[in-house]
Design a protein around this ligand. Structure first.
Ligand code: C5J
Length: 218
């Protein structure tokens, strides 16, 4: 069984029951001049994930393993955006540099060019932070017999963390790749990763992508 050097202890997984989850690598969050940056965030903190994640995605595809992408966003009429979310995110639905912010179908809502999904790879649109809430993700994974998830994307302490917690409660084993997840806030990146692997792996495991790539390339 492939085994990855990870915290808090090595992560063993089966290739035929493991999927790669790429969370919210969207222009609105990652592009200079976009929504994320307009809030005063340093997008370079997220953009450092692009290169290692591209390498991983290419290796994962070459091995013929399943990849699922997610996007955070809302219907154009905002009917799926809870008023409480809108109240604390008043830019949602407003015109931004890359179209209406976090609205499905807009340029900014879509995935960055470097990580464009390949033909046949599911893209799960989600209205919340977690990828399981109000989506078909669990059904998609269940149909494929997936039991373990390699979790990547942005942001570490928000959509990545929420998704890992949701997955953990649904019985999935999660490996989070430290170099392939990013936060605008270095202190949240560090704390977020520590929380995953603390207490004997309370939410899962943390590793670096080269350790995983080594295992799938065998
Ligand atoms: C945020 C996300 N940070 N994808 N979304 O609002 O983490």
């Amino acid at each position: 069984m492939p085994t990855v050097d990870a915290r808090p202890f090595p992560f063993a997984f089966e290739l035929n029951t493991t999927a790669l989850l790429v969370i919210d690598m969207q222009r609105d969050f990652l592009l200079p001049g976009g929504f994320g940056e307009s809030l005063g965030n340093d997008v370079a903190q997220l953009r450092r994930t692009i290169e290692p994640l591209t390498v991983l995605v290419n290796a994962w595809r070459a091995a013929g393993l399943p990849i699922i992408h997610t996007r955070e966003g809302h219907l154009p009429d905002l009917s799926d955006c809870p008023p409480a979310k809108l109240k604390r995110g008043p830019m949602i639905g407003q015109e931004g540099a890359f179209g209406r912010v976090l609205i499905r179908g807009e340029y900014g809502h879509d995935i960055i060019d470097e990580l464009r999904p390949a033909e046949g790879e599911p893209v799960v649109d989600k209205p919340g932070k977690g990828a399981f809430y109000a989506t078909d993700l669990h059904k998609i994974l269940d149909n494929e017999g997936i039991r373990s998830l390699v979790v990547t994307g942005v942001t570490t302490e928000v959509c990545v963390h929420t998704t890992v917690r949701e997955a953990n409660d649904r019985g999935y084993e999660c490996l989070v790749l430290a170099d392939c997840v990013g936060s605008y806030f270095p202190e949240f990146q560090q704390a977020g990763l520590r929380m995953i692997a603390a207490q004997g792996g309370i939410f899962g495991w943390v590793a670096e992508s080269p350790a995983l790539i080594k295992e799938i390339a065998r």
